[in-house]
Design a binder for this molecule. Sequence first.
Ligand code: NAD
Ligand code: UGA
Length: 470
Amino acid sequence: MIEIEGKHKISKICCIGAGYVGGPTMAVLADNCKDIVITVVDINQERINSWNSENYNDIPVYEPGLVEIIKRRRNVNLFFTTNISKEIASADMIFVSVNTPTKEKGIGAGQASDLKWIEICSREISDHAQGHTIVVEKSTVPVKTAQVIKSILNSKKNRNTFSVLSNPEFLAEGTAINDLKNPDRILIGGEDQNAIASLRNIYLNWVGREKIIETNIWSSELSKLTANAFLAQRLSSINSISALCEKTGAATNEVSKAIGADSRIGDKFLNTGPGFGGSCFKKDILNLIYLSNYFELREVASYWQSVMEINEWQKERICQIIVDKLFGTISGKNIAILGFAFKANTNDTRESPAIDISKNLLEEGARLKIYDPKVSKYQIENDLNLREKDLFKKNEGLWEYHESIKNAIKDTDAVVLLTEWEIFKDINWEEISPIMRKPSWIFDTRSLIKIESIKNTDLKLWRIGEGEFN
Ligand code: NAD
Ligand code: UGA
């Protein structure tokens, strides 16, 4: 294939959206392209202030390795500002990295993506861009969104021109910096070969050519939704098997190992858990379901619907098991929740299974004592939509926030382990056991607890995908 050199030299990039994707993505880009000036813009002044904060603990996204890059590149060739129109006007290339949540109202509510923010950005770009601008869809969007963006961009009668590319992001939270530095692949969808070459040349600064896949724009948009749907489907598959393991004496981690050794299946993404969370799996599958229904492909829609149903069921059945083991009622009982983030190494709680499981336990009347090493009390308060200050005014159904594992577990009947934080592996259960009320239970939904660590205690252990240990 003949390499077409980027006709448009890219010296200024603007990224709209300073969130979990925009911030880390542009940080890694700035670190690898020192001759390009990159500005990340956002309408949220508070978020921009946090990115610019002198106190590195204020950086709004927690990702291992991110702060080191911010220290190196911020105010050198990486800037954060709310001056959106000015940055659009001077950019050669604009990444659109705004949120695309599920629609809450109107046609497609609860399933379709809300493209309001994409549309607002497109109008802003149309109003302020100068000369020729390459617009890159970084956000995850439904197939055919590029068409909407193009229509808006080209709606003005002036001399400005645009090329629209799709370049979905595959980073996972908690490993974002490593994923961005060493991606499995870079996907670029589009028609304009010069624009594609310009974007490819940027990635070639640190990614091998063999990892850059180029497709038509619709394949690129659909590949992103499909990748997330396949990953989520794998989790629902192993989670469904976990329930079967618990009934039969099989152990899910052994089954995962056995099936993962088949190179056609592969060994990644086979850890059973409390159900998948995170900002994207649910919304992207819902979006796929909506698209399938829109094109009247009912069987396709119901296939993906079942992935969602197993995920909801996994959370419900864990709550049911907790209630059953605690003699059929948890009303007025203290339960420690260890881990609130949707996975380890992130402070993100979006769609975290901990939210639904906690709400469900509260509904049953439990008093929750919650600990997470990175999630703030404020965040948990928002997620549960309950004020902690009322705790113990009533006798049940309320929660408190703890800053130490030991305090969270003190005087509880049960510990429910929901996020796979490393520190939970090191808990000294022999020391902890005496401070719990008897009989005391550990419900391990992440298979973190080693049997040996509770051998000399009177703790009862239920582990996901295996069941109860006596
Ligand atoms: P986010 O909510 O963390 O960040 C989005 C940011 O865009 C917000 O700060 C918001 O204020 C800003 N914004 C919205 N409209 C704007 C406008 N008109 N002008 C300027 N700023 C505006 O979202 P995110 O997690 O970074 O996700 C962004 C996109 O990337 C989504 O489509 C998501 O599906 C996709 N994605 C996310 C991840 C992830 O791990 N979070 C991974 C891959 C892809
Ligand atoms: C996921 C994808 O992995 C990314 O490729 C994608 O870019 C991103 O969604 C997105 O589009 O937002 P993320 O949600 O950050 O990334 O995290 P994952 O590591 O995929 O975990 C998702 C959920 O699955 C978590 O709740 C996690 O605990 C759970 N999980 C993951 C398991 O229960 N078992 C596993 O083996 C792996």
